[in-house]
Design a protein. Structure first.
Length: 366
């Protein structure tokens, strides 16, 4: 009995010792320490493709707006600009950039934008005629200073196209491609450095930043903002999105360069969440503008068309906060015939978006 007891005691001590040794060998995972710069001036950064597509949309938008002053649009030229074929751009470098908007548009809505481009060209055949409910043409603001080409239902297709492609290309590519595991996950190379581009993971992060449209020293520098950075700045007084977005871009890029994958993931999550909030706030921003000019059909159509483009964009993020049903309700309140949209409809659309995104305390100031 004593021998057996002594054996059991020794065995227990051995097990305890082994357990202690195993625990003492465990190393606590400590996040690497590194500095996060205050501007987007990292080594080996390139997002020229994103800048080219923004410039392409800029030229397309400027061309469509010539119809506001009576020009008839060439439907084939618009398709050429969308797909970058047959040298359609005045900036010759865009024609040879090897980039296009169409192939980066979310595939499920690509045909929709083909249709919008065809429709705006058709509407432009009446660009020198006054628009009325049921007839395409130009709407003129009450003070005579603004003219907008609209279709037979009062929709300014040029704004739907511009704001829509901001969502279907820039927003979609950033939040549903470049800021997800497909482009920055553990399987993506973060060791091999390509001069001028960095690692594959760094480059993909930079491309997401490129689609935001901000200067490298944003938001200290607010000069030359384009597309989403411009709208982030417009809603920033209420949303405080400028700092949130830029801090996350800086933190995530620094984290990748210092192999802090937890930091990268946290920054990507923050960006995807805040960017969706910017899209929703941009829609409310335009709806608030429309609410104030309901009696001026030209301005009402202009702002509601912008809002419609932004609301469409909310569908382009897979794990969106807004439900499909609520998004459809917002579009229904905006309406497809903008002559019939009332102030109450606009208020209802604002409230639906505000409730979905928790903006009730700020919806009137966006």
């Amino acid at each position: 009995m004593r021998v057996a007891a002594r054996f059991l005691t020794l065995a227990a001590l051995a097990l305890t010792s082994a357990t202690f040794t195993a625990c003492s060998d465990d190393k606590e995972v400590v996040a690497p320490k590194y500095d996060v710069p205050t501007t987007y001036n990292f080594a080996n950064v390139s997002y020229s493709g994103q800048q080219a597509r923004m410039a392409m949309l800029g030229e397309m938008d400027a061309y469509i707006k010539t119809a506001n002053t009576g020009a008839v649009l060439d439907a084939q030229k618009l398709q050429n600009m969308y797909a970058n074929t047959n040298n359609p751009f005045a900036a010759s470098a865009l024609n040879t950039a090897g980039k296009q908007l169409r192939d980066k548009t979310l595939s499920t809505v690509r045909a929709d934008y083909d249709g919008y481009l065809s429709a705006v060209a058709t509407a432009s055949l009446s660009a020198n005629l006054p628009a009325t409910n049921g007839t395409a043409g130009r709407l003129t603001s009450a003070d005579g200073t603004k003219k907008y080409l609209v279709n037979a239902k009062g929709v300014e297709l040029g704004q739907v196209i511009q704001k829509g492609l901001m969502g279907a290309v820039f927003y979609y590519q950033a939040v549903d491609t470049y800021l997800k595991d497909e482009k920055i996950g553990s399987a993506v190379d973060n060791k091999t450095v390509t001069p001028g581009e960095g690692t594959a993971m760094e480059h993909h992060w930079d491309e997401a930043f490129g689609y935001f449209g901000a200067p490298t020293n944003f938001p200290t520098n607010l000069t030359g903002l384009t597309y989403w950075a411009n709208y982030s700045n417009q809603v920033d007084p209420a949303l405080k999105s400028n700092k949130t977005m830029m801090d996350a871009f800086l933190k995530g890029r620094a984290a990748i360069s210092n192999n802090d994958m937890a930091g990268k993931t946290a920054a990507a999550t923050a960006l995807r969440t805040e960017w969706e909030r910017v899209v929703a706030a941009s829609a409310i921003h335009e709806l608030n503008a429309a609410k104030g000019v309901v009696a001026d059909q030209a301005l009402k159509s202009h702002y509601l068309s912008e809002a419609r483009g932004f609301v469409m964009g909310l569908r382009y993020k897979g794990d969106r906060k807004i439900s499909d049903a609520v998004q459809a309700q917002v579009l229904a309140k905006i309406g497809d015939n903008l002559y019939l949209t009332t102030g109450t409809d606009i208020t209802d659309a604002i409230n639906l978006l505000s409730t979905a995104y928790g903006f009730d305390s700020i919806k009137g100031t966006i």
